[in-house]
Write a new protein. Sequence first.
Lengths: 118, 112
Amino acid sequence: NAGVTQTPKFRILKIGQSMTLQCAQDMNHNYMYWYRQDPGMGLKLIYYSVGAGITDKGEVPNGYNVSRSTTEDFPLRLELAAPSQTSVYFCASSQTGTASFSGANVLTFGAGSRLTVL
Amino acid sequence: KQEVTQIPAALSVPEGENLVLNCSFTDSAIYNLQWFRQDPGKGLTSLLLIQSSQREQTSGRLNASLDKSSGRSTLYIAASQPGDSATYLCAVGFDTGNQFYFGTGTSLTVIP
């Protein structure tokens, strides 16, 4: 069972460059999320998706874009990278959203992608 | 704005001690709360999920309690071991949106 797979694990970008962080899950989960984690801070939600073709903004969406063409994949695009985007990025998935009483909304996380923008 | 707070930010205890980690949230209208463990340089691993209708959940040496009216959850770890050393985060699913809000975590060190 691979669970949630993120690539790359590490990346250094120059200011103004663009890149895509890849996320794939093999659990047939409907919901997928992108979070960023900064030192001493909790995780902040960037974007999430409730199913293929449906995405929505989280708390900190500026500077990022997402798409969800399949149930399995949820890539995060960084356009015109800035030093403020230096962070660790986590992709997560769950079968259902927060409004569930079945336990199917347990989040499964990937190992993270550490991005540095210089 | 929904807020989730974890105090203390760091905790150090000798092996074998029982300990309690705290999680506070600003709005009592929640669906559920999850506790996670994060090892250095790794992703988050789910430990316990507690629904708004439940008062506690147990898994092995871990027990999570929930008091919605006071906006608090605690994670009790019994007979701590050095392998329990990690950062523990709580995440709250409020009923006003479709996202989990995370606390900043408590970094636990269990000294052999």
